[in-house]
Design a protein around this ligand. Structure first.
Ligand code: GLA
Length: 385
């Protein structure tokens, strides 16, 4: 959909022209998975796909939303008791509530929005939605909230209105994204640095292969991973009070508490401690243009996510195997796991054989044709018109 059509949809639905248009993207993450809520580092970038919304203040205390993708409308008030039934509307309701909780005044508004970031692919469509609305409301109502807090508002929405105890990576990338750059983010201090990212001159391409499966698992496995990490960190802290998060722990410290925590919690912590170091190693290699090392680290990450963190699945392991088979430099699960995409660092010369071979192999094995997305690292939340 073009912005022109979105404006037409808005005008038809709400009987007047929109005041402004805003957009916020999804994200990729080159390496550093499940490290954000452990106080560690991540290396995400915003992508050229996201959520676009048209909006206008309506002078009431009611929000009226129209989702183009679901072809559904939803209205709600701004008090805690007004939580809407519709799942997709809860993200926006959460953003409004989190802004209000911070002592800011938001008026009623009308908004129509659509997205081109695939749902359930691990590209953070929900962070895109949260960031688009947080950014838009801040700008439109002149709230004076800084970008760090905008990211936190999106994260708090996940925690308090969606039920996912996520880290800050997705919302941060969506708000702070910069064309041509990844963001090396310290998730404890929120200090960040833009890392120019253009593997093309060195002969590489980054591509996502979408397994097109999303395993809906019971008992919120994401939150359970986080609880495991916190349990391991707490055990280590009893001996080493300086350990605030697993990010501060070493393999030796983990070995000391081996008998005090469950085998499962031990495996989870082992992955995270390794992953924090892998990210630092990969960043170091990236700055030197050493893509072979970056790729090697990506394969190690996949192995850890599959074996120790157990957030992979048959389909993602199969895609990882295809990457190896077709000579890809690095490949791994991207995002939370349990389905979604692999991110692949591919030598230009092997690109075609990799894509063609993988699509055919995957189709033969699972009878699904995976989707392929070229990664274009793009700008974060912004006003479009
Ligand atoms: C999801 C969460 C992020 C992060 C990743 C895993 O995308 O929203 O906060 O934890 O999983 O790295």
């Amino acid at each position: 959909m073009e912005t022109k059509q979105l404006k037409e949809v808005f005008a038809k639905r709400f009987g007047e022209a929109a005041e402004a248009l805003y957009a916020s993207p999804g994200r990729v993450n080159l390496i550093g998975e499940h490290t954000d809520y452990n106080g560690g580092f991540v290396l995400p970038g915003a992508i050229d796909k996201g959520i676009t919304l048209a909006v206008k203040a309506n002078g009431t205390d009611t929000v009226r939303l129209f989702s183009v993708d679901y072809d559904e409308e939803c209205s709600f008030g701004m008090n805690e008791a007004d939580k809407p039934e519709k799942n997709w509307a809860r993200y926006v309701f959460g953003v409004v509530r989190e802004i209000v909780k911070r002592g800011k005044t938001v008026g009623g508004f009308d908004a129509a929005f659509y997205g081109d970031v695939p749902l359930g692919a691990g590209l953070s469509s929900s962070a895109a939605l949260e960031s688009a609305f947080a950014f838009a409301l801040n700008d439109m109502f002149g709230l004076g909230v800084d970008r760090f807090e905008l990211a936190r508002i999106g994260q708090a929405t996940e925690h308090n209105y969606v039920g996912v105890k996520c880290g800050i990576m997705d919302q941060f990338a969506s708000v702070f994204g910069k064309k041509g750059n990844l963001i090396r983010l310290d998730c404890r201090s929120l200090e960040y640095e833009y890392v120019p990212f253009d593997p093309a001159p060195a002969g590489y391409r980054v591509v996502l292969i979408d397994s097109c499966v999303k395993h809906e698992l019971v008992n919120n496995p994401y939150n359970r991973r986080r609880e495991s990490c916190e349990a391991a960190a707490a055990a280590i802290r009893r001996r080493h009070p300086e350990v605030e998060f697993l990010r501060d722990a070493t393999f030796d410290m983990l070995a000391e508490v081996k008998d005090e925590i469950s085998a499962e919690d031990h495996d989870r912590a082992e992955f995270v401690i390794g992953e924090v170091q892998r990210l630092l190693d990969a960043c170091h290699a990236l700055v030197k243009g050493d893509y072979e090392t970056v790729g090697h680290k990506m394969y190690e990450t996949h192995d850890g996510l599959s074996r120790l963190y157990e957030v992979s699945c048959e389909e993602l392991d199969f895609l990882n195997g295809c990457a190896k088979k077709y000579g890809v430099t690095g490949s791994r699960i991207m995002g939370g796991g349990f389905g979604g995409c692999t991110i692949n660092l591919v030598p230009e010369a092997r690109y075609e054989a990799f894509i063609d071979g993988t699509l055919a192999d995957y189709k033969a094995r699972f009878n699904i044709l995976p989707k392929v997305y070229d990664v274009v690292v793009s700008d974060g939340a912004r006003r479009v018109e």
